[in-house]
Design a protein around this ligand. Structure first.
Ligand SMILES: [Zn+2]
Length: 421
């Protein structure tokens, strides 16, 4: 079999024979048809020209790609970490290969880019996953991405090499694997809590989660001081599942530098040190951290960093501001009905979200308002740094939330509106 995939400026580049080009074009036209049940008459409802139907299939592109990314992550992280992503594996049953569904998603990416006259990134899984760290709008400039407000969305987090919360949101109901990573990590914790009286369990949950957000990196000896306040099964679970020894690569000699704002590890970036928390860097400029002895240092594992710690930075910021105004803030009440409220019987319930795409967030909240719907005054709060960064964020989000009781506002406006206790 011959390959014609050398770059056009390569000395090995060969032009495809005209016959082959025609065959491929015919195949592309053929596969452009959306997968739909065979209809006895294609003229029902007018149908429209073939290329419009092809575009319909293209609308699935962002969702299919997000599902591909979450499936790959699931293989890598749930397969014991030993699986590898292989682009050449032809065995259907092999868990570390690419499924037919994966290949269909990759083909959609290839087609979208080729149609735009861009290089074929979709054909090679490693290359495709690598570019998923960039905002979609930068490398997939197609209507399906732009129209859905997804230009700013990254599917993979560059720091942690994990699907972003937005990738998971897109893949909801498409892949069926969403939340599985989280479920696995937190199942033992929920199980330990479920054996406690409900009221206590709620309290332990809030305590553990707030602790995690305040202590992304911690000396083990300090952990023990906190755990003394929790029942042994809950304590054991946090100790064994949530924290891992700090990797040697993040430590300079026998010292590690922690961010003075959020307590996370700092890494060398260019000539300076940079905090590894995105929500922290977005709000604060460079700041010298504090050095601590690296022995006995533990950090949160990937899932905890992603689901609790990173979103928690802004949640704590808001909680601290409201507490300064005299409110008795409850973080993650009733085991996470909402991110925070203002005590038992509170009218106000607040979720804080930092999706880069207001459209994606609005759609999600409209579809699944979750615990917010149990409050008389449900507020959806956006970090100030995000509202500054994305043009018309609140207006775009509010437009998507039309008809819903949920109101969207920035963190600063929320604090002002709630005011003194
Ligand atoms: Zn920080």
């Amino acid at each position: 079999m011959k390959t014609y995939r050398m770059p056009a400026d390569s000395s090995d580049y060969r032009k495809m024979p005209k016959l082959l080009i025609e065959k491929i074009e015919a195949l592309v036209r053929e596969t452009s048809k959306p997968d739909e049940p065979l209809s006895t008459s294609s003229s029902i409802g007018g149908g429209g020209p073939k290329w419009v139907q092809g575009n319909d299939a293209m609308k699935l592109l962002p969702v299919a790609l997000a599902a591909l990314v979450t499936r790959q992550a699931r293989q890598v992280f749930m397969g014991g970490g030993a699986s590898m992503v292989s682009g050449v594996d032809r065995l259907r049953a092999d868990v570390s290969g690419l499924s037919d569904e994966d290949r269909r998603a990759m083909a959609l990416v290839s087609r979208a880019r080729l149609v735009e006259g861009l290089s074929d990134i979709g054909a090679e899984i490693h290359q495709l996953l690598a570019i998923c760290k960039q905002p979609l709008g930068e490398w997939l400039p197609v209507a399906a991405v732009k129209d859905a407000g997804l230009n700013s969305v990254r599917l993979i987090d560059a720091e942690d090499r994990m699907p972003t919360l937005e990738a998971e949101e897109l893949a909801v109901g498409f892949s069926g694997v969403t939340g599985l990573l989280e479920e696995q990590v937190f199942a033992a914790f929920q199980d330990a809590l479920s054996k406690q009286p409900t009221k206590d369990a709620d309290e332990y949950y809030s305590q553990a989660r707030a602790f995690v957000v305040r202590n992304p990196v911690i000396q083990r000896s300090k952990m023990f001081r906190f755990y003394g306040r929790l029942p042994t099964p809950v304590w054991t679970c946090i100790d064994q599942q949530f924290y891992e020894p700090l990797p040697a690569g993040l430590v300079a000699g026998d010292e590690a530098t922690l961010c003075s704002h959020c307590g996370n590890i700092m890494v060398v970036s260019g000539r300076a040190l940079r905090c590894t928390t995105a929500a922290c860097c977005a709000e604060h400029g460079p700041h010298p951290g504090s050095t601590v002895p690296s022995t006995d240092l533990y950090r949160l594992n990937k899932s905890l960093r992603k689901y609790w710690f990173e979103p928690g930075i802004d949640e704590l910021r808001l909680a601290d501001k409201l507490e300064a105004l005299g409110h008795k803030v409850r973080l993650y009440p009733n085991r996470d009905t909402v991110d925070l409220d203002l005590g038992e019987g509170s009218v106000v319930g607040i979720d804080l979200k930092a999706y880069s795409s207001p459209e994606l967030l609005g759609e999600r909240l409209k579809r699944r308002p979750g615990g917010l719907r149990t409050y008389k005054k449900p507020l959806l709060v956006i970090p100030d740094w995000l509202a500054r960064r994305v043009p018309n964020y609140i207006d775009r989000l509010s437009a998507c939330l039309e008809g819903s009781a949920i109101r969207a506002l920035t963190l600063r406006d929320a604090v002002e509106e709630i005011g003194h206790a």
